[in-house]
Design a protein around this ligand. Structure first.
Ligand code: 5GP
Ligand code: ZN
Length: 151
């Protein structure tokens, strides 16, 4: 896609430090890492939302991401890693080409997710919420059209 920095990175028009590439995905070092080694895995096809990515490509992204996490544990002596994906501006997505972050973690890295823990007011409130989501949940092939229309 024109004017997409990640499409330009895949095309080699913008330089990147590549870690892995195959016919479906491209993995490279994040320019402003949370921790040193922070890597991004992106689909070669342009998708704004993760929800439009076909299953084989999404699966490859997750597989490559988790294996890169293992490589970080072994190569960098990381104690663990986070896989993170922001979908939508409100969720913190800045680059509108879907991407999976792989962030190596060390016990003393002094980084903390700002992760709050609310409590449901009642079991009923929680169960209604679950039923509402379930009513719209679908795993059909045309999910991508739904997500595309909403993007
Ligand atoms: P987001 O906030 O959209 O989930 O993450 C976008 C990520 O892309 C950020 O972590 C940012 O540092 C990274 N990024 C943005 N522009 C470039 C670039 O030109 N090259 C590389 N390697 N990373 C980039
Ligand atoms: Zn793109």
């Amino acid at each position: 896609m024109k004017n997409c920095i990640f499409c330009k990175i895949i095309a080699g028009e913008i330089p990147s430090v590549k870690l892995y590439e195959d016919e479906l995905v491209y993995a490279f070092m994040d320019i402003a890492p949370i921790n040193y080694g922070h890597t991004l895995v992106i689909p070669k096809e342009h998708h704004t939302s993760v929800a439009t990515i076909p299953e084989n490509i999404a699966g490859r992204m997750f597989l490559v991401g988790s294996r890169l996490g293992v490589a970080m544990r072994r190569a960098l002596d990381a104690d663990g890693f986070n896989l993170h994906l922001s979908d939508g501006t409100v969720a913190g997505q800045v680059v509108m080409h879907a991407h999976l972050h792989i962030v190596p973690r060390w016990t003393d890295d002094n980084f903390h997710w700002n992760w709050r823990q609310l409590k449901y007011e009642s079991d009923e409130q929680r169960d209604k919420m679950a039923a509402k989501i379930q009513a719209f949940f679908q795993l059909k092939k045309d999910d991508s059209e739904v997500a595309d229309a909403e993007a």
